[in-house]
Design a protein around this ligand. Structure first.
Ligand code: NDP
Ligand code: MG
Ligand code: MG
Length: 335
């Protein structure tokens, strides 16, 4: 089994380093606030017009422009959107890095696919929490933590590994468990997980189930409850106790149906598709397409986003949620 680092295995080196968190979005706000609450000295780096600026200040954090934050810091965590990182790195970060500093990422994309090259005298590490930023913050506040991966890409100072682990501990991940990886392994497994299973695979599965029922003449609202809404309850059981706990809680009829029908939905052909998707990730083809899409102003990405928002499954879901919100006295139109 992989070695899982817990709080007790990790030092507190990070407590006497100055940390710049670049970006204050999903991950940025969680890292900055968790670090501060763990006793670290943190500054958030942003661009002057950013709407995130006042948000960070309202949360009680010091904010400066990115170049200044980098010059001030010993440790810099890069939490801009992946597609914005290379340009900002070249214009505002690179020239302000100095020997002995540690530059951290929360996802390996730009390093693994050579979009960013870090100078050899600068330490390079990865701390990748395995979940959304808002959950990372919520778990920390509750005294719990989110699992994370860490990696060292370059250890010029000889201290990169301890300091990277210590950072992961300070954002609360040592309470759950931290596993060592490489930039390559983190990047490829993260992209595969979100494309084939967590985001792409799941949304396609839910939509296909919903459409199958609706096309067969069943009520869309009912199809939504069956194929989308109830997923939360099923996933909570799996999260708590694995597939067995979920199967224990559902009826015997549901469990039998799970065994006989699941493998017919996700059959060998689906696994073949998954292997193809993995191969495109490994070869760099997916990364290349995404980089080019961004360089072209994201026409396909934005069109898909608009089209998906108008889909029937989303409309039905929004109507049902607004009814549920009215039921508890909240204003449906604000949601
Ligand atoms: P978000 O899009 O949520 O936040 C990005 C932040 O960067 C915002 O505060 C944004 O400010 C700021 N920003 C955008 N452009 C610039 C710029 N040019 N200069 C300075 N600041 C800028 O990003 P995420 O938190 O989703 O992603 C950050 C990193 O974390 C990525 O590497 C991602 O892969 C990784 N990650 C994300 C996870 C998640 O939960 N979302 C999970 C694990 C890893 P503004 O509001 O002004 O645009
Ligand atoms: Mg991920
Ligand atoms: Mg990801």
């Amino acid at each position: 089994m992989a070695r899982v680092y817990r709080e007790g295995d990790i030092g507190n080196e990070i407590a006497d380093r100055k940390i710049a968190v670049l970006g204050y979005g999903s991950q940025g706000h969680a890292h900055a606030l968790n670090l501060r609450d763990s006793g670290c000295e943190v500054v958030v780096g942003l661009y002057k017009e950013s709407p995130s600026w006042s948000k960070a200040e309202r949360d009680g954090l010091a904010v400066t422009e990115t170049p200044e934050a980098v010059r001030w810091a010993d440790v810099v965590m890069m939490l801009l959107p992946d597609e914005a990182q290379p340009a900002v790195f070249r214009s505002e970060v690179e020239g302000n890095l100095s020997e002995g500093m540690l530059l951290l990422f929360a996802h390996g994309f730009n390093i693994h696919f050579n979009q960013i090259r870090v100078p050899p005298e600068v330490d390079l590490g990865l701390v990748a929490p395995k979940g959304p930023g808002h959950v990372l913050r919520r778990l920390y506040v509750e005294g719990r933590g989110m699992p994370a991966l860490f990696a060292v890409g370059n250890d010029a100072s000889g201290r990169a590994r301890d300091l990277t682990l210590s950072y992961a501990r300070a954002i609360g991940c040592g309470r759950a468990g931290i596993i060592e990886t490489t930039f390559g392994e983190e990047t490829e497994t993260d992209l595969f997980g979100e494309q084939a299973v967590l985001c792409g695979g799941l949304t396609a599965l839910l939509t296909a189930g919903f459409e199958t029922l609706v096309e067969a003449g069943y009520q869309p609202e009912l199809a939504y409850y069956e194929c989308v809404n109830e997923l939360k309850l099923i996933v909570d059981l799996i999260y708590e106790g694995g597939l067995a706990e979920m199967r224990y809680s559902i009826s015997n009829t549901a469990e039998y149906g799970d065994y006989v029908s699941g493998p017919r939905v996700i059959d060998e052909h689906v696994k073949e598709n998954m292997r193809r998707i993995l191969a495109e990730i490994q070869s760099g083809q997916f990364a290349k397409e995404w980089v080019l899409e961004n360089q072209a102003g994201r026409p396909n990405f934005l069109a898909r986003r608009r089209r998906e928002a108008e889909s029937r499954v989303e409309k039905v879901g929004a109507e049902l949620r607004s009814l549920a919100a009215e039921g508890v006295g909240a204003k449906g139109e604000e949601r």
